[in-house]
Design a protein around this ligand. Sequence first.
Ligand SMILES: [Zn+2]
Length: 139
Amino acid sequence: MKVEYSKMASVGIPLSEFRELCRLCGSKTSVLMGLHIFEREGDLRQIYKKITACLPVQVHNTDKLPKMVCEECVYNLDALFDFRERSMKTEYELNSMLKEVYQPVCGESMQSIQMDPLICDSPTTTNGLQVQTTVEVNN
Ligand SMILES: [Zn+2]
C-alpha cells in the first residue's frame, strides 16, 4: 500500500491523512493498523510513557503533529521499553550484589559484626544496639 506523495517532505497532504501518519516512522497508518497515543488502547499500553522514556521525541496531546503510532513502532517501542526496564533492574540487582561482594568479613552479616564483643570496645556499650552503626570497622 504505497502512498503517492513523497514521504514526509510533500506539501498539500490533506490534514486527515497527515493525522494518520505514524508519529515515529512517518508511514501511513489508520485507526485499524495503528494506535492513538493518547486514546483507548494506546493509552492502556502507555505509548506516551514509553515514548517519553525511551525516545528523544517530545509528544504532547495538544501539539499539531500526528498522534498515531503504527503497529510496528508499537512493537519496537514495547521491546525498547522492556529492555530499558531490564537494564535498570539489572543495575539495581548488581548494586545489591556489590554490597555482598565487598562485605568485609566473609559469611557474617553486618549486625553480627557489630555485636562482636571484640569489636565493641566502647565503654558505653552495654548492649549491641548502642554500637555505632558505621559499616567500616577498624581492627
Ligand atoms: Zn511507525
